[in-house]
Design a protein around this ligand. Structure first.
Ligand code: KG4
Ligand code: ZN
Length: 334
């Protein structure tokens, strides 16, 4: 059988990325033009700036991806592009590029959900075994997803307010740490102890939903009250306490779902999957419960186009092709 090459394109947030993946699992190239340094100055992603940078970078990024893979447009079986969720102006750049190539070269177009991409980053590392649960934790998302087969996503729970990464970034800001705050808190937490009492949002007993805004407010209030009283709280202890609360809830709910649905695998996905505490706790709990855990390398946890091509390959096999009226959908449901 001839191998199938899919070109992946990702522009939903602040990374312009293009990749070529063989048969849904083998990365031939994965080019990422990050804008992180630009947005750092503003303390967060500025949508207008992101769109403009995508426009500047997209053509070269795609050319680079093909070149690094040693392929041309003629080799491609499909073009997979993120069409939501994300920043609408950012999404549109990738979608427009994908449609233009699809039309000009007669290559089938596949629309990919960004979260499906994050989950399929795992398949670039290890074959999926169903049923599985995936914990998706990023700057924009916190979802617990049950998969019974390829391309089939059932959301068991999601955040009712802030995403996990968003809470990390906001608490980091309160502790005067630079953006993005997740890695900063991760680092600082190792120097402190989880000694500050903070709430855990378990919600209803049977719920797989998450909530992090109450925790975030508790951190801000505790810091504020200490300041009012003229006392100080060790930032490292606060970071450790916050991280303890977030990780405890994420891990417990994931393990509860894994047991309820008797899964064969637990997958971790999204930028917060880089968190050392979260990884360590998941490794430990899955080991003691005898559940197989897959965690992609850091480079595949954050936004990239290889994961989009990997997810797009499933759409290709199912001949789930998009028309040229494909549009960016900021609030696309999974
Ligand atoms: O998946 P991602 O790169 O972009 C989105 O799709 O959102 O995730 C970025 C998020 C940011 O909120 C960042 O602070 C967080 O992931 N993050 C971390 C760590 N590394 C990145 N959060 C906690 N611990 C980390 N080590
Ligand atoms: Zn993402």
């Amino acid at each position: 059988d001839k191998p199938t090459y899919i070109l992946g394109i990702e522009t939903s947030c602040d990374e312009t990325s293009a990749a070529v993946v063989e048969d849904g699992r083998k990365i031939l190239s994965n080019i990422i033009a990050s804008q992180a340094d630009i947005h750092k100055r503003f303390g967060g992603v500025v949508p207008e700036v992101a769109s403009r940078r995508h426009v500047e970078n997209i053509t070269l990024t795609i050319e680079e991806a093909l070149q690094a893979a040693g392929k041309t447009f003629d080799d491609l079986a499909g073009i997979a592009v993120t069409y939501g969720p994300g920043l609408v102006g950012a999404l549109l750049v990738g979608v427009a590029a994908a449609k233009a190539i699809s039309f000009a070269r007669g290559i089938p177009l596949i629309g990919v959900h960004h979260i499906a991409g994050h989950i399929y980053a795992n398949r670039l590392v290890e074959e999926m075994e169903f049923p599985l649960v995936a914990l998706v934790v990023s700057g924009g998302h916190t979802e617990l997803v049950l998969m019974k087969e390829h391309g089939d996503f059932a959301i068991l729970g999601e955040t009712r307010d802030d995403a996990a990464g968003e809470a990390y970034d906001k608490v980091a800001r309160a502790l005067h740490l630079p953006y993005p705050g997740g890695p900063e808190i991760d680092r600082l937490a190792k120097e402190g102890t989880a000694s500050v009492p903070l709430p855990r949002a378990w919600l209803e007993a049977d719920s797989y939903d998450f909530s992090f805004s109450g925790l975030k407010s508790a951190v801000l209030n505790t810091l504020h009250n200490a300041e009012q009283k003229g006392t100080t709280i060790n930032p490292a202890d606060m970071a450790a306490s916050f991280q303890d609360s977030v990780c405890e809830v994420l891990v417990e709910k994931t393990l509860r779902a894994a047991k309820q649905y008797q899964v064969r695998q637990v997958l971790l996905a999204g930028g917060v999957a880089a968190n050392r505490e979260l990884r360590e706790r998941l490794v430990q709990r899955c080991q003691s419960e005898g559940i197989k855990l897959v965690i992609p390398p850091l480079s595949l946890c954050t936004d990239n186009a290889a994961m989009i091509a990997a997810a797009g390959y499933i759409g290709y096999l199912k001949e789930d092709f998009a028309d040229l009226d494909l549009n960016g959908v900021p609030g696309l449901p999974l």
